[in-house]
Write a protein that binds this ligand. Structure first.
Ligand code: ZN
Length: 295
């Protein structure tokens, strides 16, 4: 099976709306992002919950329906670990609300960034028991899956680069994510799978074999950007496709060999570069790199 040809159109391009969260360094609201995408014939987005909340879910839902926008995903649920039962319950409730929002927006999946050591994101981890966190993540996903299945919303576990294990996600490889999927959904129904973000997994010696293990039913989303050398910020220095060291077309080839026909979702956090530029330049560059063979 040969790879899809993106050179003639950008119908397979999706913009993760964090990519243009800022324009010229100033907050750029989601309705404006949607407008700018539509102007360029970009028919798919993946918005963040805070951006949706700022504009109001009813407005965004209306815009999505009016313009026939597709959501390659919804960012994000997760952050399951907590210090106590009360914290666990709060996370569970918030995740069910995230599922509801994803359903309202007809998203392809709810992306899960699963969380790490409780308190670490705020700079005060309350323990060092990463296995304990992984157990809480497993339990949390299991509970959420019961709910999401009842709504028909697939859950996409996004393994994050190991540098985020403490504060953002203690699921760090595709293999780990797929172990969770297998344990919770051995029949591979499509109710749970993975989001393959090249930024997080490009270095993994088992990447190709784990993409093959995932197969079509578990490959729910494909996120692209690039790994810069040097990377100057662990969170907000993601590169534009083609500016770094990730062989994105090779990885897309592996994903598509499994039958993946979804969007290539551009997800760039860049305080020092792209967020300082105009949203027009960023979106036009995304289209040019998408059609220019870098994705
Ligand atoms: Zn991602």
């Amino acid at each position: 099976m040969s790879m899809r040809d993106f050179s003639q159109s950008h119908e397979c391009l999706s913009i993760n709306t964090a990519t243009v969260r800022q324009s010229y360094g100033a907050d750029f609201p989601l309705p404006k992002i949607i407008e700018a995408c539509l102007e360029r014939g970009i028919g798919a987005i993946s918005p963040w919950r805070d951006q949706v909340a700022a504009a109001g879910l009813p407005l965004i839902s209306k815009l999505v329906r009016t313009h026939g926008l597709k959501l390659s995903g919804y960012c994000r649920g997760g952050m399951f670990p907590a210090a106590d039962a009360k914290g666990i319950d709060a996370a569970d409730l918030d995740n069910r609300i995230a599922v509801d929002e994803a359903c309202e927006l007809n998203a392809k999946c709810l992306v899960l960034v699963v969380g790490g050591l409780p308190g670490a994101l705020a700079g005060k981890p309350i323990h060092k028991d990463i296995q304990g966190s992984r157990n809480q993540v497993f339990d949390g996903i299991g509970k959420l899956l019961e709910y999401s299945k009842s709504c028909g919303m697939p859950l996409a576990i996004e393994p994050l680069h190991p540098m985020y294990a403490a504060d953002r996600a203690c699921i760090n490889t595709l293999e780990q994510a797929l172990d969770v999927c297998d344990a919770l959904d051995n029949e591979q129904t499509g109710a749970i799978g993975v989001a393959v973000d090249v930024y997080h997994v490009w270095w993994d010696p088992k990447l190709q074999s784990q993409i093959e293990r995932a197969g079509k039913n578990r490959l729910l989303a494909f996120h692209v950007c690039d790994w810069l050398t040097p990377t100057t910020d662990l969170l907000n220095d993601r590169g534009m496709m083609g500016d770094g060291v990730i062989d994105i077309p090779k990885i897309r080839g592996w994903v598509e060999a499994q039958g993946f026909v979804g969007f290539s979702e551009v997800e760039i956090f860049s305080t020092g570069n792209w967020w300082l530029r105009s949203h027009e330049e960023v979106l036009d560059t995304c289209i040019a790199r998408h059609t220019g063979g870098f994705v």
